[in-house]
Design a protein around this ligand. Structure first.
Ligand code: AMP
Ligand code: ZN
Ligand code: FE
Ligand code: FE
Length: 284
């Protein structure tokens, strides 16, 4: 049995463990394949690859892009991304710069609401990782403003709360074009009830290759529905635990490997990747 998890985070973005540690944990948990899919970065991939290789763990270079959907923000997983590609690296660097500005605004709004944390507190927690709301949540926890990360989202950081700042988002078509240009494939993450045939057909027309079927927020009914939509539209399928670390998993979500992907789904992703490399004449 091959155990596959194609949605995993590290400290390269808002995960709790460094990428090499994530790879070691995955191997120790008996996984055969992971995709490291940090938010707006592939920076953790080389370390995860290096740590995974001697343990027999295959690490796929991935990224979770934030993109503009008809309904607001959508997450788009990119797979088989060459971390050294200069064009992709500069696009992602620009997205991370936007995350810095957004976090400055989040902190200003928190301060206006009477919560005294500083941007530097958040930066220290995030280290060199791509900044995200979970880092602000941990800063609020450290400051004793909240008792749990979840409480920070519920009271301050969640959509519609005082310190909620929407992202400036690239279009889906721009991101799928950028991923295709480097030979990669994309899959729309955790769509839940948004995955109607009409909505997914529209994603497909914007260049999206697949949909994330297996995910902790998808119950059996949703999982079956998304699988049916993907099959109807002839799209690829992906899935994974969206693991951010044990602490985060305790509140919500699954453990590493907790939303396993059928081997056949990965075989199709691999074939699509190989075909795209031929099409695009991608450099080795
Ligand atoms: P950001 O990209 O900065 O908007 O942060 C998004 C991340 O925050 C997600 O990937 C989750 O890790 C986390 N997150 C979002 N909503 C919640 C929530 N309600 N409770 C806990 N974590 C959340
Ligand atoms: Zn996250
Ligand atoms: Fe996501
Ligand atoms: Fe994620």
């Amino acid at each position: 049995m091959t155990t596959i998890d194609l949605h995993v985070h590290s400290t390269a973005s808002d995960g709790e463990l460094p990428p090499a540690e994530v790879a070691r944990r995955a191997a120790a948990a008996g996984l055969d394949v992971i995709a490291l899919t940090d938010h707006d970065t592939t920076d953790g991939v080389p370390a995860a690859l290096a740590a995974g290789a001697p343990l027999g763990l295959r690490v796929i270079a991935g990224c979770e892009f934030s993109v503009a959907a008809p309904w607001g923000e959508m997450h788009l997983l990119g797979y088989f991304l060459p971390p050294a590609d200069a064009g992709l690296a500069s696009f992602l660097a620009a997205q991370r710069a936007r995350r810095v500005e957004r976090m400055e605004e989040i902190v200003r709004r928190l301060q206006r609401a009477g919560v005294t944390i500083a941007f530097e507190d958040v930066r220290r927690i995030a280290g060199t990782g791509a900044l995200g709301r979970p880092h602000a949540a941990r800063a609020l926890l450290d400051a004793g403003v909240v008792d749990e990360v979840q409480e920070a989202f519920d009271r301050f950081l969640g959509r519609g709360r005082v310190a909620y700042v929407p992202k400036e988002l690239p279009s889906i078509a721009d991101v799928t074009a950028a991923v295709r240009a480097v030979g990669g494939v994309t899959s729309a993450a955790h769509l839940g009830t948004r995955a109607t045939t009409a909505a997914v057909r529209r994603l497909k027309s914007d260049g999206v290759d697949g949909v994330e079927v297996w995910h902790p927020v998808h119950d059996d009914v949703i999982t079956a529905r998304i699988l049916r939509v993907a099959t109807t539209l002839g799209m690829l399928t992906s899935g994974g635990s969206d693991w951010h670390g044990d602490r985060a998993a305790r509140g919500r979500g699954a453990g590493l490997g907790g939303a396993p992907v059928p081997a056949e789904a990965l075989e199709r992703l691999d074939r699509a990747h190989a075909a795209r490399r031929r099409e695009e004449g991608v450099r080795a």
